[in-house]
Design a binder for this molecule. Structure first.
Ligand code: ARG
Length: 266
């Protein structure tokens, strides 16, 4: 059973611009955002069989819905995020309190060591990757590999539209990697090629990447992804995965989609 942390979109909105997708003038349609979020929850619970843990949303913290950025969890250890932007730094205390009150062994990073949680730290049991430059800092990964006692391979993000690792990189349960290589520098692409065999690398076309096809939630053979990524759905299907498209256009206005709205707790 997969255990996932989410936060209802009660206060979700575009109140500032901290990535190229966000425009304060491009306002969220509140009712549509809510119905998209509840549909995502329905798919996760009823079609995928995930167990959802719901956090209390906080007024004035419009990006708290994106729980992928709460922090990073491995086993019973949790490291809460240190956001780069002051607008999101106000979320840190709420996420930290959640981890503490749920019995996690919490280690906090220094204030200025930016790290945006599972939005930037993802991988396979034997190879973890940490996205840096846009949000998290490369230095954070040296500290995180000590805390979690595992190797973390830093990978540089070079396209501002793909500012978190989870916008362009999605490890699947069978060991395949769904990703958009142009979002990474040459060295990062070489590091991925070194760790993930060619037959396991699934390259998402630009059209789908810009619809956040890589921002998918994989639970066993189920993959929940934003609607409109036909080529990616076909690739997944051909590999024996069951794609579940969910319309998440309101969250794209904030630069987020399915994966950003979840945090895997196991
Ligand atoms: N508006 C949010 C931000 O810019 C979106 C976060 C998306 N989260 C993610 N894990 N990619 O921080």
């Amino acid at each position: 059973m997969s255990h996932i942390l989410v936060c209802p979109p009660d206060y979700f909105d575009i109140e500032y611009e901290i990535n190229p997708w966000m425009r304060v003038s491009n306002q969220v349609e509140v009712e549509r955002a809510k119905s998209q979020w509840y549909e995502l929850m329905r798919v996760l619970e009823q079609e995928v069989g995930a167990l959802l843990e719901r956090m209390q949303p906080v007024q004035g913290l419009p990006d708290m819905v994106f729980t992928a950025n709460a922090g990073s969890v491995m086993g019973r250890r949790a490291v809460p995020s240190r956001f780069r932007h002051p607008e999101r730094q106000r979320e840190e205390a709420h996420f930290e309190a959640w981890f503490r009150s749920h019995g996690y062994e919490v280690t906090v990073l220094d204030k200025e060591l930016y790290f945006e949680g599972a939005g930037d730290l993802l991988g396979f049991p034997d190879a973890r990757f940490g996205g840096y430059r846009k949000r998290s800092e490369i230095r954070a990964y040296a500290r995180l590999s000590e805390i979690f006692e595992c190797e973390i391979i830093p990978v540089e993000l070079v396209d501002s539209r793909f500012y978190h690792l989870d916008t362009c990189f999605c490890p699947l349960s069978g060991g395949e990697l769904l990703y958009y290589p142009p979002a990474f520098d040459y060295y990062a692409q070489a590091a991925m090629a070194d760790r993930v065999a060619p037959e396991r690398r699934m390259v998402v076309p630009e059209f789908d990447a810009l619809k956040f096809a890589c921002n998918a939630v994989c639970v066993g053979k189920h993959v929940v992804l934003p609607a409109g990524c036909e080529a990616t759905m076909q690739m997944l299907d051909a590999r024996g995965y069951q794609p579940h498209p969910v319309p998440l256009s309101e969250f794209m206005k904030s630069g987020g989609s399915a994966k950003c709205l979840t945090l895997a707790l196991d």
